[in-house]
Design a binder for this molecule. Structure first.
Ligand SMILES: [Zn+2]
Length: 453
């Protein structure tokens, strides 16, 4: 009897010890802590990541109130809203060039010592190495009481490396990218990450809420970068994203879908005349890479202009969430993270490799109802029937045939079309070198700028 009692006591005391250990762990979890000042254990971590040449003063600076709470992005919690302060009047007077120049400077300083992992400064917050958080970016375009804060997810790795930015839904009805950003951001452990990932899953929150490509002023946001603090609504949002986020990036993947009732095979659009961008494309595993220079006002184009290596993803069609397309996008990003030596999560064999394509758009010559005979990814031969356009009144039918051998990398969804409508985007496989050579001489690129993004 006595023996049983003492045994029970031992068991009880073990349970008690385990429980108190557990609750201690929980209370150390910053999720549970109201105050955003890190626990002493975290400060210790921060010190370990801070090299000796940084004085104690600097160290103290990192533990001020601006330190972003370390949030495990896998946990479901309400977003942490950090409202960006309204810029002072003199800030508003600054030209876009001045604002960009100013915003870029600190990054150059950070890169001077490769071994240094300093807290990442973003949106008035400091994110400690090895932590992740949710912030919000406020484009200040509405009544202050009604202003929409756009969520920004941040992973700041424990190891040094580049800053990769992922932006989606610059067009509010392009949904696949939102899911790509979510999947990547919630799947990467910042303690095993070299460099940082900044994800803005829904850039055009106004358009997203109304399921439209456009801003509430009916402008296309992707024609207004780098924007202007005193310009139109679209221009202001563009300026705000550009100066607050894009200037902090080394690499940018801006995720889109086909537009105006067209769908795209998962693909990378890149300016193959720029060797830096070409190198960047080499990480996108099993994706189609299509040359496209982009143009003034587009996020990819303007980010490249300030030295951010940038590409666009095109994944499927707008207004839908397509698992296959999302998976291709996520796989592409993880291939990139591996190639950039930022993160390696899978058992994979060999190095990532994309397939390069030159491309050409085929336009229909007749008006009517388009029905396609082919699907995305199909290989087609010159003369092969791609679809038919039928006049619904006269019943006259016209064939649309391929003029080249290639692969369907983008196409129109069945719909009513008018003469001149770009219906099929055909990719012609080329080596990386061939494509680079051709891209340099723009007169050789047969495919005119596609109705892009
Ligand atoms: Zn788009």
């Amino acid at each position: 009897m006595l023996r049983t009692l003492s045994f029970s006591l031992i068991v009880l005391s073990i349970i008690f010890t385990l429980k108190s250990a557990q609750s201690l762990e929980l209370s150390e979890d910053p999720m549970e802590v109201e105050d955003v000042v890190p626990s002493s254990a975290e400060e210790e971590d921060a010190k370990q990541n801070t090299p000796e040449e940084i004085g104690d003063d600097e160290n103290e600076e990192t533990s001020d109130d601006n330190i972003a709470p370390d949030i495990d992005l896998k946990e479901i919690t309400p977003p942490t809203i950090v409202v960006v302060q309204q810029p002072a009047e003199e800030e508003k007077q600054k030209s876009t060039e001045e604002a960009i120049e100013e915003a870029i400077e600190p990054i150059e300083d950070d890169n001077t010592d490769e071994l240094t992992v300093l807290p990442l400064e973003l949106l008035n917050s400091k994110i400690l190495p090895g932590t992740s958080t949710r912030l919000a970016w406020n484009p200040e375009t509405s009544f202050s009481g009604l202003s929409l804060s756009t969520p920004v997810l941040v992973l700041h790795g424990a190891e040094p490396g580049p800053v990769l930015c992922l932006t989606a839904a610059v067009h509010g009805d392009e949904l696949n990218g939102i899911e790509v950003v979510r999947t990547v951001m919630y799947d990467v452990d910042p303690e095993k990450l070299a460099g940082s990932i900044i994800g803005v899953p829904i850039v055009n929150l106004q358009g997203f809420q109304r399921n439209t490509r456009f801003m509430s002023d009916r402008r296309d946001l992707n024609r207004f970068f780098p924007g202007n603090a005193n310009g139109s609504l679209a221009s202001r949002v563009a300026h705000s994203l550009f100066t607050n986020i894009i200037t902090k990036c080394d690499l940018l993947v801006d995720i889109h879908t086909g537009s105006f009732k067209r769908t795209n095979l998962a693909q990378v659009r890149a300016d193959m005349s720029d060797p830096e961008v070409v190198k960047f494309t080499e990480g996108f595993d099993e994706m189609v890479v299509v040359h496209s220079t982009g143009r003034n006002g587009m996020l990819r184009y303007e980010a490249k202009e300030i030295g951010v290596k940038s590409v666009t993803f095109e994944l499927g069609e707008s207004s839908f969430l397509q698992k296959e397309q999302v998976d291709a996008g996520v796989n592409g990003i993880f291939g990139l993270l591996k190639k950039q030596e930022m993160y390696s999560k899978r058992f994979d064999w060999g190095s990532p490799s994309p397939v390069y394509f030159d491309s050409k758009w085929l336009r229909v010559s007749d008006a009517g109802i388009l029905f396609s005979e082919v699907e995305l990814g199909d290989r087609v031969k010159e003369g092969e029937l791609l679809g038919t356009v039928t006049d619904p009144i006269t019943n006259e039918s016209f064939d649309v045939s391929s003029t080249i051998n290639g692969m369907i990398i983008g196409m129109a969804i069945n719909q009513v079309v008018m003469p001149g409508f770009a219906a099929y985007h055909i990719g012609i496989e080329a080596s990386e070198e061939e494509l680079m050579e051709k891209a340099e001489d723009t007169s050789l690129m047969e495919g005119e700028t596609p109705p892009e993004n």
